[in-house]
Design a binder for this molecule. Structure first.
Ligand code: GTP
Ligand code: MG
Length: 338
């Protein structure tokens, strides 16, 4: 029997930072320009995303207007912050009130470690397209240092107040005999050093950076990925490929990849998220021509030949995945789907 893993994913950050935009692009096939029409999220917008057949993401897109944030931190505190697998916190890099944003962030992190100390944290420094390209790296590095420092502060607060704050444990999730209760960390287990384990990304809906960040998030969540990775490697060696990528069907996020020793010399380190972006655009174009609703549209094959340099094709692989195979010159014709 296949074990289905459910993960509660909190998407948080102040109003207008771009949470619903990224969710709509990754999971509902919006184009970046479509997001201008999104209204502010009222309270929490819950959605369930099935991933590769054995992972369900319960995505909590939490409206970021101040009154809602205060409510999550008070009345809804246990409800929102219990049993969290992942927190994705989005900062708008163009925000005018950085201090206030960081104060809210500290409160959110404190609530998270109080109720779900094992949760993974991803911070997206978003709307990077609005920063001059020349200064982007600098701006990002400075923000990363600041966020890590604030995270450490938030964790320290909870550690200090632990006796009161660890308080009544959250109720065990429904299920036969509260099966998961045993796996919940005991209130005395140490709070991990979140400022070290957290991951930060510079993102924008206007380029492929969004795909890089979300692929990393998903990569950490898919169960049994090592099995898939081993099998991809065997396949790659068997057919003499340069590279193989596995994309999730709806989002086109790269869930797994294998690269041959020769393929490792490819200088384009961002080629994976670029492919996600390109294939998503291709899917859009397909749906425009066939008139199918864009969520339903699936293409079967996509082939690309670059003279004598390399050749690649993308084809449906399993119900939930597409596979991309990149072959060295001369090898492609024997293997491409006809
Ligand atoms: P609440 O629901 O109120 O919490 O806001 P939200 O975080 O969901 O913001 P939303 O996704 O609705 O985005 C607000 C605006 O930001 C929209 O007009 C988007 O088009 C814009 N936006 C989102 N991401 C980016 C980005 O990467 N760059 C730029 N320039 N604008 C973006
Ligand atoms: Mg929203």
């Amino acid at each position: 029997l296949k074990k289905v893993k459910k993960q509660k994913v909190l998407l948080m950050g102040k109003s207008g930072s771009g949470k619903s935009s990224m969710r709509s692009i990754i999971f509902s096939n919006y184009l970046a320009r479509d997001t201008r029409r999104l209204g502010a999220t009222i309270d929490i917008d819950l959605s369930h995303v099935k991933f590769l057949g054995n992972l369900t993401l319960n995505l909590w897109d939490c409206g970021g207007q101040e009154a809602f944030m205060e409510n999550y931190l008070s009345q809804q505190r246990a409800h929102v912050f219990s049993n969290v697998g992942v927190l994705i916190y989005v900062f708008d890099i163009e925000s005018r009130d950085v201090d206030r944003d960081l104060a809210t962030y500290v409160n959110i992190i404190s609530a998270l470690v109080q109720y779900s100390r094992e949760a993974k944290v991803f911070v997206l420094i978003h709307k990077m397209d609005l920063i001059q390209p020349m200064t982007r790296e600098d701006v990002f590095d400075r923000r990363v240092a600041l966020v890590r420092r604030k995270t450490a502060e938030a964790v320290a607060i909870v550690r200090k107040q632990k006796p009161e704050l660890t308080g009544p444990s959250p109720p065990p999730p429904p299920g036969p005999g509260g099966a998961m209760a045993g796996s919940l960390p005991s209130p005395d287990s140490p709070i991990p050093d979140l400022e070290v384990s957290m991951q930060l990304f510079a993102t924008s809906i206007w380029d492929q950076s969004l795909y890089k960040a979300w692929a990393s998030i998903i990569h950490d969540l898919v169960p049994n990925l090592s099995v898939i990775e081993t099998q991809l490697a065997s396949l790659g060696v068997a057919i003499d490929a340069d590279e193989i990528l596995l994309f999730e069907r709806t989002s086109f996020l790269v869930v797994s990849k294998w690269t041959s020793p020769e393929g490792e010399s490819n200088p384009y380190g961002d080629r994976f998220e670029r492919m996600s972006n390109i294939l998503k655009a291709w899917k859009h174009t397909c749906s425009k021509f066939t008139g199918t609703p864009r969520n339903a549209e699936q293409f079967s094959d996509f082939e690309y030949k670059m003279g004598a340099n390399f050749s690649m094709f993308v084809t449906k692989f399993t119900t939930n995945t597409y596979i991309l195979v990149c072959m060295p010159p001369g090898e492609a014709s024997s293997i491409a789907p006809s």
